[in-house]
Design a protein around this ligand. Structure first.
Ligand code: CA
Length: 221
């Protein structure tokens, strides 16, 4: 999944970004409201983690503009402990959740995970597909109940394909879900990950079909 982290405290922004990258998400980090606004206009995201206190445009204005464009991307606000008014205003503007600073990264991850799942059509935490199950909260895939070892990007790839199973998923979309702006990767990187994932899933009877010129399709079992 692709996340945007908007936080002017660089150290905090980086630790949030690395926590989500370690889970296999593509993460873009920006430090100002203007940059956030630009990124949100140019790139679709699955979740935005938005600090309220930012140097130029504040987070509330970024949120207001986002919702005015009718975007429904889930937004999790980060607010100061004494920022009750900000929280109320943020929720009124269409934020989905908030966390008060300081917070534990584990809590942010848990809440973010819930919002991502809700955003992708309210998928349950565990998606079953034939002999395969994927626990999207624990980031663990199993075949016949036995965990299989999937590196983080293969896991994200599987998650995207499972959520859209039975439909063709464009290579470009997969590229956007797997890699952030800072990572230079082309569609051939997607092909490599699909190839690896396909080899691991074939013994379980899970087929990822290539649809020429379009993308990939996880066939229904
Ligand atoms: Ca701030």
């Amino acid at each position: 999944m692709r996340l945007l982290v908007v936080e002017d405290n660089q150290a905090l922004g980086h630790s949030i970004a690395s926590a989500f990258r370690a889970k296999g998400h593509a993460v873009d980090c920006v430090e100002s409201g203007e940059d956030a606004d630009t990124s949100l206009r140019t790139q679709p995201y699955d979740l935005v983690i938005l600090d309220i206190g930012l140097p130029d445009l504040d987070g509330l204005e970024v949120l207001r503009r986002l919702r005015r464009r009718k975007s429904r991307v889930p937004v999790l606000m980060l607010t100061a402990r004494d920022g009750l008014e900000d929280r109320v205003q943020g929720l009124n503007l269409g934020a989905d959740d908030y966390l008060c600073k300081p917070f534990a990264l584990a809590e942010l991850e848990a809440r973010a995970g819930a919002l991502i799942r809700r955003g992708v059509g309210g998928e349950a935490a565990i998606i079953a597909h034939g002999r395969l199950t994927l626990d999207t909260a624990a980031r663990l895939a199993r075949v016949d109940g036995e965990p299989i070892d999937l590196p983080r990007r293969e896991l994200t790839l599987l998650e995207v394909l499972l959520i859209q199973r039975g439909q063709v998923v464009a290579k470009q979309l997969l590229l956007e879900k797997l890699f952030g702006f800072e990572e230079e990767a082309g569609v051939n990187a997607v092909e490599i990950y699909v190839h690896r994932l396909r080899k691991k899933l074939e013994p379980a009877g899970v087929r990822i079909r290539t649809v020429r010129g379009l993308g990939y399709l996880l066939e229904n079992p």
